[in-house]
Every structure is written in structure tokens, then in C-alpha cells.
Write a protein that binds this ligand. Structure first.
Ligand SMILES: Cc1ncc(COP(=O)(O)O)c(C=O)c1O
Length: 362
């Protein structure tokens, strides 16, 4: 078998090795059923136990109260950009924080369904920072306030939630989900495309407070209706069962092997610190995109002196076993995505490579 590389992809991203080994071990025969998880009924006792483990793992990690439902919804985070306004606008206006490429996409989608307001925009600053609470211009009657906890493309992150008062707070946490403890019970809804921190692509984990679900209008298409999803416990139709199984394993890994989100955060802080230290210590050879206080711990975005060097950097890193370091075309340069599953050794290998690369190409 070919060796696994250090995979810095922004998503679908690396999953914990221990999880992948477990999947491999159980792929053909899941204990007790003589078949793969992919091959058994989503209404079987075995799958119900897997589904319960995935939901309770998320609830335990985030300390969620019983007011919240954990749903697994096909269509990824982008589907949520549509479902949120369809279900929750209810003839009102919604506030959006336009803090990066993904926040902007969520806003554009919502506009199709009704009135929106921009509570703050980072567009003119090239999405290089997140706003302080004092900068937000909020509508106290808004149907909800939407924000993106971590902007994957620009590499900027919120370290304190926007304060929305009585307005329900809705968060796209796709790229920093379960990477640190958060006051989850202050949110009305948290959703995340699974493919960065918790599982395979094509599915979103949706955590939604019951009272918000009750606001959904009648008559929505069944699979786009949170009420239908919640009443049927994500099983109105055949769910993304294999993805739910992976989420159950990832949450178990976070609880049992890592020791919870506090421990995970400490590891993530250390990884990010090492990479940003190389950038800051390079005398301007590597230039970070983000304003230092808003630097993402998940997606480290940086430039080199010119595009020829950037292309050489990406290709030589690949030869050295560090893949997917090219930045998104809209920002350019390089991006190292260092989600939960990226081990400290992988980050250290990249740091060492960056220092050597500068010596040889400075
Ligand atoms: C912050 C954020 N939101 C939304 C998305 C879209 O997710 P999906 O591709 O699952 O629709 C992504 C990345 O893919 C993302 O990084």
C-alpha cells in the first residue's frame, strides 16, 4: 500500500488515522451483522445505535441541553444556505455578517427568499479580519443573525461569538466545528458541512433549537423542512448512513482519545502557533493574509514573494509528502488546513520545510 501523506486539504480533509483504521477494520463486517454499515437498514437496531452514538457524542462534546436537536442533512453546508432562509425568514428580515467568501455565499442565497441586511462587511478589507461586537449594526427585530465562525478561504476566525441579544444566532461552523469548546447553548443553530472536521462530504451536521424549528412555515419540500427532518429524527428518507457512522467514530475519538474539546483546542492552538511563528519569523518572506488577532487556527493562509516561488513551494512540499498547500484561487498563495485530524508532527514537518525552503530560495 502507498503511504499516507500529510494532507493539508481544506476539504474534504484528513480524518483521524485511528478512525480510518477502525473503518478499514469494520468495512466488510460490522460486528454482529455480518455486513458493512453501508449494507444494513437505516432502521435496524445496529444502525440506530450508531445514529444515537453520533448524536450523543456531539451533544456531550458541546454540552448541549435537551432543547437542541442534532440532525444529519444531505446536501452539505451549501444546502443549509438555502434551508435557513426558507425555514426561518418568515416574512421578516435577516441579518448577515459578510465576513468572507462563505458568509457572502450564504447571504446571496438568502436574498432569493426575502429581505436581508448586512450587519457588517469585511469585503472592502479583503476579508482579512472578523468584526468586534461593537462594529456590528444589528436589527433587533431580525429573524436571525447569521455568521461564519471560520472563513476557510481567507483563514480568519471568530474567537468570540457575535452578541445578538434576543435575535436567534445562526452559525456556519463548517471549518472549525468541534475544534474548541464554545458556549453552544447561546446559539439557536450551528451547522457544519461534515468534510472538514467530522466526516465525509455531502452531509451537514445541524444542531438546532426546538423553538426555532417551530417557526418553519407549512408546505416546504419535505427534505428542505427542518420540522420534517426533526420529527423523523433525520430518517424521513434513507439518510447518509455511512457518513453518520463516521461522525460516531470521530466523536468517540474526540471524547476517548483526545479527551474532549478543551484538549483538542490546546492541540490546535499549539499547531497554529508553530506555523504562524514561522511566518512571523521569516522577515517578511512569508506574509500572512489575516490580521494577526483574527488568524484562523484551522486554515493558515500566506503568500511568498512571488507566484513562481509559490508554485515551487507547493510542488516541492508535495514531493516531501505534504500535499494540498495551494491557496484558493480568490486569495492566491498558499493555505495549510490543519483541522483536528492533522497531527502536530505534520505541522512541525511543514514548519521545518518552510524554514528550509526560505534558506534555499530566499
Ligand atoms: C465555512 C464553509 N461554509 C460552507 C462550505 C460549503 O460546504 P459544502 O461544500 O458542504 O456545501 C464550506 C466548504 O466547503 C465552508 O468552508
Amino acid at each position: 500500500m502507498e503511504a499516507r501523506v500529510y494532507n493539508f486539504s481544506s476539504g474534504p480533509a484528513a480524518l483521524p488515522l485511528a478512525v480510518m483504521e477502525k473503518v478499514q477494520e469494520q468495512l466488510l463486517v460490522y460486528p454482529g451483522v455480518g455486513a458493512s454499515v453501508m449494507e444494513i437498514s437505516h432502521r435496524s437496531k445496529t444502525f440506530s445505535a450508531i445514529h444515537e452514538a453520533a448524536k450523543s457524542g456531539i451533544k456531550q462534546l458541546l454540552g448541549l441541553s435537551d432543547d437542541y436537536r442534532v440532525l444529519f442533512v444531505p446536501g452539505g453546508a451549501t444546502m443549509q444556505f438555502s434551508m435557513i432562509p426558507m425555514n426561518f425568514l418568515a416574512g421578516k428580515s435577516a441579518d448577515y455578517i459578510q465576513c468572507g467568501t462563505w458568509g457572502d455565499k450564504a447571504l446571496k442565497e438568502a436574498k432569493k427568499f426575502g429581505e436581508t441586511r448586512i450587519a457588517w462587511s469585511g469585503k472592502a478589507e479583503g476579508y482579512s479580519r472578523m468584526p468586534a461586537n461593537t462594529e456590528l449594526v444589528l436589527n433587533p427585530d431580525a429573524a436571525y443573525l447569521h455568521f461564519t465562525a471560520n472563513e476557510t478561504i481567507e483563514g480568519i476566525e471568530f474567537f468570540q461569538e457575535p452578541e445578538s441579544g434576543n435575535v436567534p444566532l445562526i452559525c456556519d461552523a463548517s471549518s472549525n466545528f468541534l475544534s474548541k469548546p464554545i458556549p453552544a447553548n447561546n446559539y439557536a443553530m450551528i451547522y457544519a458541512g461534515a468534510q472538514k472536521n467530522v466526516g465525509p462530504s455531502g452531509m451537514a451536521v445541524v444542531i438546532v433549537r426546538q423553538d426555532l424549528i417551530e417557526r418553519a412555515p407549512a408546505g416546504l419540500p419535505v427534505l428542505l423542512d427542518y420540522r420534517v427532518m426533526a420529527e423523523n429524527d433525520s430518517l424521513y428518507n434513507t439518510p447518509p448512513s455511512f457518513g453518520i457512522y463516521i461522525v460516531s467514530l470521530v466523536t468517540q475519538w474526540l471524547i476517548e482519545e483526545i479527551g474532549g474539546l478543551g484538549k483538542m483546542e490546546a492541540i490546535n492552538i499549539e499547531k497554529a502557533k508553530r506555523l504562524y511563528a514561522v511566518i512571523d519569523g521569516s522577515g517578511g518572506y512569508y506574509r500572512g493574509h489575516a490580521v494577526p488577532e483574527c488568524r484562523s487556527r484551522m486554515n493558515v493562509t500566506f503568500r511568498l514573494p512571488d507566484e513562481t516561488l509559490e508554485a515551487r513551494f507547493v510542488s516541492q512540499a508535495k514531493e516531501a509528502g505534504m500535499h494540498e498547500l495551494k491557496g484558493h484561487r480568490s486569495v492566491g498563495g498558499c493555505r495549510a488546513s490543519i483541522y483536528n485530524a492533522m497531527p502536530l508532527e505534520g505541522v512541525q514537518a511543514l514548519c521545518d520545510f518552510m524554514v528550509d525552503f526560505q534558506k534555499n530560495n530566499g
